[in-house]
Ligand binder design. Sequence first.
Ligand code: AKG
Length: 262
Amino acid sequence: MRYSNEEHDAHARTFDRDGMVLLKRHFPKETLSRWRQAFDSILAHRLQENATAVRGAHRHYITLPFAGVFADECIFCDPDVLAIVERVAGEDPVMCQLATDTPLLGSTYQDVHRDTPALFDDVAETPSFQLAVNFPLCDVTADNGPFETSLGTHRMDAEEALRAYLAGQISLHAIPMELGDVMIRDVRALHRGTPNNTDSPRPMVVIGYSRSWYFRPEVHIDVPRDVFQQLGPRAKRLLRYMPQVDDAGTVQRGESYLKFAY
Ligand SMILES: O=C(O)CCC(=O)C(=O)O
């Protein structure tokens, strides 16, 4: 654990205000380099098979197999990340998503969007219930498609937030990230992907954590039984609602998470 209770509280306060918090140089670069190596061959294979969810021109969403380097509880059970997740989205969360967003050369600006609708039509200002923990598998600069987000729109009415954005009252901030940086964000904040103008893919991992009672049918993680057996109690608890399967599912046929913008 890198941070004290007081520092976790401070990060949670930043999150409450902004809808996101950035942990600088948090995950080991060596671990992420191994993820990158493994990811590059998955990307090549999935592009060849047209088996990605397309999120805009030359922009691909790909679920990672829960196996090998990716089934790493040092990452998805990171105690600092979970301490902040629990402060903002309640105790005993569930993990429901392990995937990547990768803009390639030729990608464009996405429309500004949220990743989920509000829980209730007439009540925008609910506490957080769906978080994305994002970390890139490379440095992210102005050139290769930095994530752009508004600050403080996560508890606004969706239409009101969009109106304020279109009226120029809310601005977007590009988030440059170094390999190892981790962003925890409320997926209701207005945000967009930006163009990657380099010829190197910019993979951004997304781990989804939800409130203990929240179910997202659009995503899941196939957890091989043998991998599950090797996990510690905290990891098993996080994955308690995920289907267990016989094989690692490394050859996934495609993506079912198709509607992503609200
Ligand atoms: O990859 C990015 O920078 C953002 C992607 C995104 O917001 C999405 O596809 O919903």
